[in-house]
Ligand binder design. Structure first.
Ligand code: HEC
Length: 141
């Protein structure tokens, strides 16, 4: 095979592999994020994450509107804080609230995803996917 053809093939293969890796990054799966949200979170936070799930009728504390996390944080989605809140095992969340600790429930499903500052974060694949899905549905203001 001529060298030029060989290097063209190598480049095409490298590009295909890079694309496959990005497409298959299990922690960055918006479909999984939405499905997890609907099954585990929507009862309280509402199907559109606006804080109006059916459980709000029996809860004694307000359930936050999760489409406004960025708006409430100066326009920046607090991705890492959201991962910690959902995981609940980092101790960052105050004790006693009704929001369940999902880290233990989703245990054994670990994946790594880069936080916005590039820090690799290891958490449940579903928690990372939910955080990414929430980031994608933030209200504009
Ligand atoms: C039993 C009801 C309930 C369920 C189920 C629930 N939450 Fe919550 N969540 C709450 C309540 C109440 C709060 C506010 C008080 C607190 O933090 O405990 C809250 C707070 C949060 C916050 C912090 C919001 C802020 O303004 O800082 C995030 C993020 C969040 N929930 C995401 C989720 C996700 C994602 C799921 C599903 C994996 C989920 N919640 C499931 C009730 C719930």
């Amino acid at each position: 095979m001529p060298d030029a053809l060989r290097s063209a093939r190598a480049a095409a293969l490298a590009a295909a592999l890079a694309g496959a890796a990005a497409a298959q990054d299990p922690a960055r799966d918006p479909g999984l994020g939405e499905a997890t949200f609907l099954s585990s979170c929507a009862g309280c936070h509402g199907e559109t994450a606006d804080g109006t799930g059916p459980m709000t009728e029996i809860l004694t504390v307000p359930v936050p509107d999760l489409t406004r996390l960025a708006a409430r944080n100066g326009g920046v989605f607090p991705w890492l804080r959201v991962v910690h809140v959902i995981d609940g095992t980092t101790g960052l969340r105050a004790h006693g609230g009704p929001m369940p600790v999902f880290g233990a429930l989703f245990e054994g499903d670990a994946a790594v995803a880069d936080a916005p500052d590039g820090t690799p974060v290891i958490a449940s694949r579903r928690i990372l996917a939910v955080a990414d899905w929430l980031a994608s549905i933030q209200a504009a203001d």
